[in-house]
Design a protein around this ligand. Sequence first.
Ligand code: NDP
Ligand code: GDP
Length: 323
Amino acid sequence: MPTAFITGITGQDGAYLAKFLLGKGYHVIGMIRRSASSDVIGERLRWLDVLDKVTLVDGNLTDLSSLIRLLQEHKPEEVYNLAAQSFVATSWQQPLVTGNVTGLGVVNMLEAVRIALPEARFYQASSSEMFGKVQAVPQSETTPFYPRSPYAAAKLYGHWMTVNYRESFGLHASSGILFNHESPLRGIEFVTRRITDGVARIKLGLKDRLTLGNTAAKRDWGHAGDYVEAMWLMLQQDAADDYVIATGRTASVEEFCRLSFAAAGLAMDDYIHTDPALLRPAEVELLLGDPGKAARVLGWKPRVSLEELAAEMVAADLKRLSR
Ligand code: NDP
Ligand code: GDP
C-alpha cells in the first residue's frame, strides 16, 4: 500500500484529495497545524466521510524540523503540498504571513524532501493567480506571469523554487498551475461559496440581499473533485513537469450568481448589491486556462460543468442551513 503525505488536508482540496487517494488504496497521512479548535478542524474530511480513514499528524509548514521529522517517520512515496494562506484578499492584510507560509513554506517542504526523502514525488499547489494581469488569452504553461497580489507573488516564488529544485537536485517535483476550483467545501470567504451560501439564506428567508464586490471579474471555474485527480496524475508520470489545469471556459461573477439563483428558483436582480469596500487594491480581471497539455500528456479532462457546480453548491448550502 503506497503512502501519501498531504499538507493542507483540512482544506477543500486536501479533503477531496484524501478521499481520492483512499479510493486508490493509499495510506493517507495528513499534516494538521495545532489548533485550539481541533474538535471542528476535520469538518471537511467528515463531510466526505473520510475523517476516520486518514492518519492526522502535527506539523507546520513554517517549521522545517517538523516537516523533516514527519517525512523520516512516515516515508511517503508521494508528497502533496497544498497548505497555504490561500485567500487573495487577506494577502494584502497579512503579506508577511502569506509570504512565510505560501512562499517560504514551499521551500521548507522542498528542503524537507531534499534532506529526508529525495526519492519521494512532490506536488506543489501553484495557482492561475500567477498570471494576474494576463499577458495572453487563454493562459498556458508558456504564458508569462504577472502576479497582482501578495498571494500571487508568494505562489510564484513557490512555483519557481519547485522548478528550481527539480532542475538543481533532480527531485521529481511537479507544479500544478490550477485555475479556480470550487465545491460545497470551498471556504466561505471565496466568491462562489459566498454566493451559494447567500442564495441558500435568501431562499430560506434568513437574509434579503447578497453583497458582492467586482461582479465583472471573470474566472475559469472547475470542480475540486476533478482537479485533485490531475494532481495525482502528475505524480504518476515518469518525468516531473508543470501543467495548467483548467476547464477552458470563463464566466463572470455575475454569471455564476445567475446560475446559483436559478438553481434555487430565484431571480438574481432582486437581491444583488455591490459594495466598493469589497473591491481589491489590484484586480485580476480575466482568467481563462488552456488545459491542452494536461489533456494530451495526462489524459485529464474536467467532468463537472459550471451549471452542475453551482447547483451542487447551492443544494449543499441549503442542506447545511436547513439542519
Ligand atoms: P484552503 O484554504 O481550503 O486550505 C488551506 C490549507 O492549508 C488548510 O488545511 C490550512 O489549515 C493549511 N495551512 C495554512 N497554513 C498552514 C501552516 N502554516 N502549516 C500547515 N498548514 C497550513 O485551500 P484549498 O484547499 O482551496 O487550496 C489548496 C491549495 O491550492 C492552496 O495552496 C491554494 O493556495 C492552492 N490553490 C487553490 C485554488 C482553488 O481554486 N481552490 C486554485 C489554485 C491554487 P487550517 O485548516 O488549519 O487553516
Ligand atoms: P480568487 O480568484 O482566488 O481571488 O478567488 P475569489 O473567489 O476570492 O475571487 C474571485 C473574483 O471574485 C475576484 O475577482 C474578486 O474580486 C471577485 N469578487 C467579487 N465579489 C467578491 C466577494 O464578495 N468576495 C470575494 N472573495 N470575491 C469577490
